[in-house]
Design a protein around this ligand. Structure first.
Ligand code: GLU
Ligand code: ZN
Length: 495
């Protein structure tokens, strides 16, 4: 049993298949916060024993995801640690050795049943109203029977012998959970070809790596009674720490309707948030809320606050609904907390990806971005929006593309007249400041031409930024500078 005095060791144990799911972010975060709260160790173990489904690309995506999130691990790929290797594909010799010891000690046995035989007996059980699942056929084979199966050329799987009594444990999130023995049949640990399965390697590595708490998604709850029984068998043969980890199963994450958020849902792709320009702290804050809250009246917080307050026993066992709008709102709140410098830095990769900024950003471009930060900070939900909002600052005057629809609408004959008047007023301006620009434009357009503000500034905005929607106009012109603004006001007159 878990020793309350022992240092906390938790792990995340993803399998590198497909692109990482956003649910993994929550699992990783809760484990990380739990470890940090208790001054424990956060282990990253890669469950890559299924060579047919694992890909290098997927493994690299996992590393990229956690690097972006900034959730660092204390043991695992890249950092090593005393319980390595941390890739299960490098641990097959250990699994084979323990499987043999489980067989030798009687905790496991060789099962020769074919898939067809198992299926047939399952169908019969169902027809007779008995629980389906392995029926114990090979539990106590005589040597002679075994020899005749071998002679037939059958190759056995290694099957775990479940104790014939109910299995219970206290879940940190859901309280006492008990499974009746007939609901947890003997199960396969090693395939006939010698390949060890998740059922063996995951709990075995938890034992070997001295994991004290297993915090993971509710989808794995049904495997827990098997794992509890396997831990007892491992303790019995002296493998691992001999202590049963405590388990905590995190609530399902639901998508639209009443369905679990599945790998196919676009919101499920964790790296999609990075690419769209979420902040790691924004996504992590939102993911934390899927089952946990820091306080009744507050849902925006930083990781350090989460670490200080995190309590796994206060996780809500009810399914949590993933709400993209709420996720965006939380992200926007974090964007507003960034200072100019930080916001500018974080916009750079998005502007580069869109081709707005070159790979080598000049000091002048950095400075312009820093000065633009206050104009967009309150208006953005994600950093990706910087491309549309600020692109006009970085494009060459000659290459500014004005939206054709806006041009027809706003830069018609009267619009071009407005643009000319704006040009002439601004050309005379002595000090190029936001206030100066505003004053000159109001005087020339609203007072002298008696235009409504919308009719006055709409054409100027399209002429200078190429768009009908932009950051505040006068500030934008100040940032763009006198020469570039005037050049655009000239070229707009022939568009
Ligand atoms: N490798 C398992 C998965 O990706 C997780 C195992 C566990 O957390 O126990 O679903
Ligand atoms: Zn069998």
């Amino acid at each position: 049993m878990s020793d309350p005095g022992s240092p906390v060791r938790v792990r995340m144990a993803p399998s590198p298949t497909g692109s990482p799911h956003v649910g993994l972010v929550r699992t990783a975060l809760y484990n990380w916060a739990f470890a940090r709260h208790h001054g424990g160790t956060f282990v990253f173990r890669v469950e890559d024993t299924d060579a047919a489904r694992n890909t290098q690309h997927s493994y690299e995506s996992l590393l990229a995801l956690f690097e972006w999130l900034g959730l660092g691990w204390d043991e695992g790929p890249g950092v090593g640690g005393p319980f390595g290797p941390y890739l299960q594909s490098e641990r097959f010799d250990r699994y084979a050795d323990v499987a043999t010891r489980l067989l030798d000690s009687g905790h496991a046995y060789r099962c020769y049943c074919s898939a067809e035989e198992l299926e047939e007996r399952n169908q019969r059980a169902r027809a007779e109203g008995r629980a389906p699942g392995y029926d114990g056929h090979c539990r106590d084979l005589e040597d002679q029977q075994r020899a005749s199966y071998e002679a037939e050329g059958r190759r056995p799987v290694t099957r775990f012998r479940m104790p014939e009594r109910e299995v219970g444990f206290t879940d940190l999130v859901r309280g006492q959970i008990t499974f009746r023995a007939e609901h947890v049949p003997d199960y396969v640990l090693v395939r006939a070809n010698g390949h060890p399965l998740y059922t063996l390697v995951s709990p075995l590595d938890d034992a070997l790596m001295d994991i004290t708490h297993v915090l993971r998604g509710e989808d794995l709850l049904s495997s827990t009674p098997r794992q509890v029984a396997l831990h007892a068998a491992l303790a019995d043969i002296g493998v691992g720490s001999g202590r049963l980890p405590q388990f905590g199963h995190l609530p399902y994450v639901m998508g639209q309707g009443n369905r679990k958020l599945s790998k196919r849902d676009p919101e499920a792709n964790a790296l999609g948030y990075r690419d769209a320009g979420f902040l790691p702290e924004g996504l992590l804050n939102y993911m934390a809320l899927l089952g946990w809250s820091i306080a009744e009246d507050r849902d925006v917080f930083g990781l350090d606050e989460m670490v200080a307050a995190f309590d796994i026993t206060r996780v809500n066992p009810n399914p949590a609904r993933f709400d993209l709008k709420k996720c965006e709102a939380i992200n926007a709140a974090h964007l507003r907390m960034l200072d100019d410098d930080d916001l500018a830095q974080r916009m750079v990769p998005h502007l580069q990806a869109a081709g707005v900024l070159p790979t080598a950003v000049t000091e002048g471009q950095h400075e312009l971005l820093r000065r633009a930060a206050p104009l967009v900070r309150e208006r953005m939900t994600t950093l990706g929006e910087a491309v549309d909002m600020l692109g006009f600052l970085f494009v060459d005057d000659a290459e500014l593309v004005r939206d054709a629809g806006d041009v027809t609408k706003l830069l018609n004959e009267s619009g071009r007249g407005v643009v000319k008047a704006a040009h002439d007023a601004l050309a005379e301006l002595s000090a190029w400041t936001t206030e100066g620009v505003e004053e000159a434009l109001r005087r020339a357009l609203v007072e002298d031409l008696a235009l409504k503000p919308r009719n006055a500034f709409g054409p100027v905005r399209v002429a200078v930024t190429g768009r009908r929607v932009s950051p505040p106009l006068f500030e934008s012109l100040e940032l763009l500078g006198r020469e570039r603004t005037l050049a655009r006001l000239v070229s707009a007159q022939d568009s």
